[in-house]
Design a protein around this ligand. Structure first.
Ligand SMILES: Cc1ncc(COP(=O)(O)O)c(C=O)c1O
Length: 343
């Protein structure tokens, strides 16, 4: 449990959750119930074949005391894309958003003040109790809430230290990289553990075939400032999770007249750009970590990038601030990204 008033990440649950059952080809009612364990048979499909997907987005306290979700419909659309890939039923986006509003209102006493937030965690899994590789015919869909602080709480203010992963891969073309399914994260643990032992905060995943092109990080997308251009790996081959934060930052940067490129980014390009002084900044982005500066990337024992300054660069700091101002209602909302929760 996190220290009171200073939550960590992922352990502080609110008293209620939303819960829905699927059977005979249809969802039942999505109800608000006390947060409680599930009772499941050892033969439940999810334990054996991993038919499970989830999402993550936040609710932010606004200056007038109200609370807003940030682009939650994007997360529910992504949940439905994940559902399709894993042969699972889709949710009704409007009805789910209404239930989430109701859940937040029920647990309104737990809404923290800025900079802490509520982290919403929808999750769906197969509940048939037959040990057979088949799409389950029954499912549980739940939404729980965590009170969260900084994902990388206590980290070096200059950002995280990363290593490219040149043996294991997170995703391959035709696989499930674009889906948010538990299996992707389980498969990433060995590399993460190994990197942590060697003093790195995270790994940078590379493409499965050549281990030369940058894809993303364990739970975040990655961006580079090359010259004045904001560059990020393209989503093309379905191996990268299409982050809502990624899309928001690209939109923000474009709207401010910055050149933005979604394209292949190779390690040799980065090495060369860094050598020439053109690779000015790099950062990670995602709901949990917002915009997290990167201070160093090591590839095959060689530096691909290093911030030798005291602080993150101005593009990283500026985009982080602008995004947070939008999320916390401290700036106008020109793109209609805030959804007010009726409390
Ligand atoms: C593998 C992975 N990539 C990227 C992201 C960033 O996505 P988002 O900005 O929607 O949180 C996440 C987090 O959800 C993730 O788990």
């Amino acid at each position: 449990m996190a220290e009171k008033g200073k939550p960590g990440f992922g352990a502080d649950f609110t008293p209620h959750m939303a819960l829905q059952h699927y059977q005979d080809g249809a969802w039942g009612p999505l109800e608000i119930v006390p947060f409680a364990p599930f009772s499941l048979s050892p033969s439940t499909v999810v334990f054996h074949y991993g038919q499970e997907i989830f999402e993550g987005f936040k609710a932010y306290r606004q200056p007038d005391g109200s609370v807003c979700l940030f682009r939650p419909e994007q997360n529910l659309k992504r949940l439905n894309n994940s559902a399709e890939r894993l042969c699972m039923p889709k949710v009704d986006i409007d009805a789910t958003l209404q239930a989430i509003d109701k859940l937040i209102a029920t647990d309104r006493a737990t809404i923290p003040d800025r900079p802490n937030t509520l982290y919403l965690r929808p999750c769906m899994f197969g509940t048939d109790t037959v040990i057979k590789v088949n799409p389950s015919g029954t499912y549980i869909f739940s939404v729980m809430i965590c009170v969260v602080g900084d994902y990388f709480g206590g980290a070096d203010p200059r950002g995280v230290r990363l290593r490219t992963e040149t043996e294991y891969t997170r995703a391959a073309p035709g696989g499930t990289g674009f889906a948010k399914c538990g299996g992707n994260y389980a498969a990433s643990l060995a590399a993460q553990g190994r990197a942590a032992k060697d003093g790195f905060d995270q790994v940078v995943w590379l493409d499965a075939k050549t281990h030369e092109y940058v894809e993303e990080m364990g739970g975040m997308n990655i961006m580079f400032v090359i010259g004045e251009t904001l560059v990020t790996p393209a989503l093309g081959s379905g191996t990268i999770l299409p982050g809502v934060t990624r899309d928001s930052l690209l939109t923000l940067a474009k709207s401010q007249g910055r050149k933005v490129e979604e394209r292949d980014v190779s390690c040799s390009e980065l090495r060369e750009a860094f050598r020439k002084g053109m690779l000015k900044e790099t950062f990670a982005c995602g709901t949990a970590a917002v915009v997290t500066p990167i201070r160093e990337i090591v590839h095959k024992g060689e530096l691909l990038y290093q911030n030798s300054g005291e602080k993150p660069g101005p593009v990283t700091t500026g985009l982080r601030q602008q995004l947070m101002d939008l999320q916390f209602g401290l700036a106008p909302d020109p793109f209609g990204w805030r959804r007010k929760v009726p409390l």
